[in-house]
Ligand binder design. Structure first.
Ligand code: PHE
Length: 342
């Protein structure tokens, strides 16, 4: 029996040393120490021993069990520790590995140009306003002194949304003049209203049925053409440099009187004439003028007390000049090869 016990102990120790998993240990425990285990089987034979042998064998059996249990526990801890080591190694994060680059977009050149313009006017005390692109003909035309029958209201130029021509896609941001006056009521008024406008134009290098304008309006006591000139000159010089030359050219708009268009001397040829300015020497930037007394009156502002000026800038033109973009279509096509240049 002594030999049997020693054999059980030796083979158990050997198996324990080879065990790799917690499940191996459990299987071994059942095989050796379990109810039907090897050691239990030996103990069951104790009854057959002589009374002298019994305590000796009993003690030896207990020692064997204790030794195997101790080694089981020892191996259990070792295997758990190894498993933890392995897990830590597998899940380790190498913080020195360079991250995966995320392709980030950036501001569209149109937004850059718009933000620059906003910045300049905010610096002069203007408030930024936004208004509807689906507009009443009343606001887009009538209240801007453009009565029914005026050629500007023609169906061939305007996207009307109703058969009776009462609702349309605004053809200009000028209705924002009316909306500003109606909303603010008491001058002083100093607003800038950027947004989309729509006209029935075929797409080409300089035309699109949708484009952007920035409307400006200033109303106060004693506002004159000198204020208009000073404000717009400040804009042009901030955008295109202190040495840029500005020209005010007489023009006609129904809602301003007098009216003008503002040109900047071509930055390429300085007035001599070149392909960029189409031989003109000058590049047209915007339309402007003193707000017509009829328009003021229509909005409940007394033209005997107040006067003002308004202007409308083509934002695409401004951006094209700012970034030397030669074709308007590039701005809307969203070709990444183009956009990444800015
Ligand atoms: N709305 C005019 C246009 O679209 C521009 C303009 C705005 C002219 C304000 C005068 C005053 O051409």
């Amino acid at each position: 029996m002594k030999e049997q016990l020693e054999k059980i102990r030796a083979s158990a120790m050997e198996a324990l040393a080879l065990a790799r998993e917690a499940t191996d240990l459990e299987a071994l425990r059942v095989k050796v120490l379990g109810k039907k285990g090897e050691l239990t089987a030996v103990l069951k034979m104790m009854g057959k021993l002589s009374p002298e042998e019994r305590p000796v064998m009993g003690q030896l059996a207990n020692e064997t069990r204790a030794a195997i249990e101790a080694e089981l526990e020892h191996r259990r801890q070792e295997i758990a520790a190894a498993a933890m080591e392995r897990k830590l190694a597998e899940e380790a994060v190498d913080v020195t590995i360079p991250g995966e680059e995320i392709a980030m977009g950036h501001k569209h050149p149109m937004n850059t140009a718009l933000d620059e313009a906003k910045e300049i006017f905010i610096g002069m005390g203007f408030q930024i306003l936004e208004g509807p692109e689906v507009e009443l003909a009343d606001y887009n035309f009538t209240k801007l002194n453009t009565e029914e029958g005026h050629p500007a209201r023609d169906w061939s130029d305007t996207f009307y949304l109703k058969e009776d021509s009462s609702v349309l896609l605004r053809t200009q941001t000028s209705p924002m003049q009316i909306r500003a006056m109606e909303a603010i009521k008491e001058p002083p008024i100093r607003i800038l209203a950027p947004g989309r406008v729509y006209r029935k134009d075929e797409v080409d290098a300089t035309h699109s049925p949708m484009f952007h304008q920035i409307e400006g309006l200033v109303i106060d006591k004693g506002i004159t053409m000198a204020d208009l000139k000073g404000t717009l000159e400040t804009l042009v010089k901030s955008l295109y440099g202190e040495d840029s030359v500005v020209r005010f050219r007489p023009h006609h708009f129904p809602f301003t009187e007098p009216s003008c268009e503002v040109d900047v001397q071509c930055f390429k040829c300085h007035g001599a004439g070149c392909p960029t300015c189409k031989g003109e020497g000058w590049i047209e930037l915007l339309g402007a003028g003193m707000v017509h007394p009829k328009v003021l009156e229509g909005c409940g502002i007394d033209p005997e007390v107040y006067s003002g000026f308004a202007f409308g800038i083509g934002l695409e033109r401004m951006a094209m000049r700012r970034f030397q973009i030669s074709d308007l279509r590039l701005i809307f096509e969203n070709d990444i090869r183009f956009l990444q240049q800015f």
